[in-house]
Design a protein around this ligand. Structure first.
Ligand SMILES: *Cc1c(COP(=O)(O)O)cnc(C)c1O
Length: 478
């Protein structure tokens, strides 16, 4: 049989030329897409439902040319979206998508080694262990810390709940109570739900003028629950809320957790990597005293979506909550030196996520990330100063990290009318499609927010954003 006939017989096994063709053709589209990001609209979902509908298809029985699929992806599907990778994306918590990580994924997927079990790829597992250790170093954790890379912050929060539950309550946990502020990310409530806690187990504590958990209210809630026979066991702090970027007083929360014997979990999905900066370390003072910390490399490290992380200060606790043997698995490490990731996480088979962090850090150095994060802090401060100069704008939450929340104050308006005004304000700003902002609601007030966290956002785009905000404010008020 000729080589060519053989290839046709086994189409899943590509020749050298076919591999190169696949990557080159995809690469042409990728380069075109990435280099034009600044000119692409900040979002475009006009008619997106129709496009989605037009793409419904039945299981293809036979293969088709690559070009047709690339065309669907790049010409039809991708343009109809929020441009989450573009410089104008100042919405929610921006992600990133550093290309180095995409290349790492290509390598990881191509070699397809197994990193769930140490023995299957000890050296590759070590690279992921290094990444976890770097994260631990960034947040100021001791050498006893262990951690995992998850698919995102939500699952990291979930695993943290499972660890805290096991460490503090054991099997009979329904009387345990959990304390969060009214600004907490909803994935924390979801973590409680998934970890088996009834709604009544979660105490929502009011926040103060700076959107930080009120410590007096927290203390009295804990006291009250104890008096009524419940078992306070878990306190969750925010190191950067999604609403306004607020950082709870983590130092004070750590004191309360110590005095009340609570597990302190810090949701640092948004803010955590600012620990690489001086300002971030000041804002998040006390973070290293938390028993566990959620980080989201696909936010603060600018990685493509799909990487979160949970760190646990006493790594043995993380292991106790996840280790389980099976006859068909190789023997697991029972020493401290090496890690079987399946003994520390809910997953067994999984992608080699470590590489998408390891390679960018190796290629760029921590310094490059630190500079980026500092630039985001600067840009947010700059934007806040400019917003203050725009007549009618009120700063609702000045930046604690890289989020600023604001609105049109609207003299003598009822809350309802002011909210209507601010909805129009948001629409007008976004209509230019140079930036994309989103809003949130605090205490019934509709407020706009800017979150600067894309590695592609620089001063030029911020200036455009301020121009658009300023002219929208003028149009609506005068
Ligand atoms: C994004 C975010 C989460 C959830 O993380 P995902 O990666 O989206 O699952 C949790 N907490 C905070 C504060 C966040 O910003």
């Amino acid at each position: 049989m000729s080589a060519k006939r053989q290839m046709a017989a086994y189409p899943l096994e590509l020749s050298t030329e076919e591999m190169r063709h696949l990557v080159d053709a995809a690469m042409d589209e990728i380069v075109q897409h990435i280099t034009t990001l600044p000119e692409q609209p900040s979002f475009d979902v006009d008619g997106a439902a129709d496009v989605a509908r037009s793409l419904k298809e039945s299981l293809p029985e036979v293969g088709t040319e690559l070009e047709a699929s690339l065309k669907i992806l790049f010409a039809r599907a991708a343009p109809k979206s929020f441009n989450t990778a573009g410089p104008g994306y100042l919405a929610y918590i921006p992600g990133g998508g550093v290309f180095h990580a995409a290349v790492a994924d290509l390598i990881a997927d191509s070699i397809n080694r197994y990193v769930g079990v140490w023995l299957a790829a000890p050296a590759l597992s070590q690279l992921e262990t290094n990444v976890v250790a770097w994260f631990a170093e960034i947040v100021g954790y001791p050498a006893s810390a262990r951690g995992i890379l998850s698919s995102g912050g939500s699952l990291a929060n979930f695993s943290a709940f499972v660890v805290a539950r096991r460490e503090r309550l054991g099997e009979d946990f329904l009387h345990g109570t959990i304390y969060v502020s009214d600004q907490i990310h909803h994935s924390v409530a979801k973590a409680a739900m998934l970890a088996g806690f009834p709604d009544r187990a979660v105490r929502v504590i009011p926040s103060d003028d700076h959107f930080r958990i009120r410590l007096d209210a927290l203390r009295s809630a804990v006291e009250n629950d104890r008096r009524e026979g419940r078992e306070p066991f878990l306190l969750v702090g925010s190191a950067g809320t999604t609403n306004t970027g607020a950082v709870d007083d983590l130092e004070a929360m750590a004191d309360i957790a110590r005095d009340e014997r609570l597990w302190l979990h810090a949701d640092a999905a948004y803010g955590g990597f600012f620990m690489m900066t001086d300002r971030g370390r000041v804002a998040m003072r006390g973070l290293e005293r938390a028993d566990s910390i959620t980080l989201d490399p696909h936010k603060g490290l600018f990685l493509p979506y799909g990487t979160g992380s949970l760190l646990v200060r006493d790594g043995a606790a993380l292991k106790r909550a996840h280790e389980l043997d099976a006859e068909y698995l190789p023997a697991m490490r029972d020493d401290d030196e090496f890690v079987d990731f399946c003994q520390y996480s809910p997953e067994l088979s999984r992608p080699f996520r470590g590489l998408r962090v390891w390679l960018p850090f190796r290629l760029l150095g921590a310094q490059a990330f630190r500079e980026q994060l500092n630039e985001k802090l600067d840009l947010c401060e700059w934007a806040t100063e400019r917003l203050r100069e725009i007549p009618g704008i009120e700063i609702v939450a000045p930046p604690q990290l890289s989020v600023v929340a604001f609105r049109l104050a609207g003299v003598d308006l009822s809350q309802e009318d002011r909210n209507v005004l601010n909805r129009q304000f948001l629409e007008k700003i976004n209509a230019r499609r140079r930036v994309y902002l989103t809003a949130t609601t605090v205490a019934g007030d509709f407020i706009l927010r800017i979150c600067v966290l894309s590695f592609r956002t620089h001063m030029d785009r911020m200036e455009q954003g301020i121009e658009d905000i300023s002219s929208a404010a003028t149009e609506l008020q005068f």
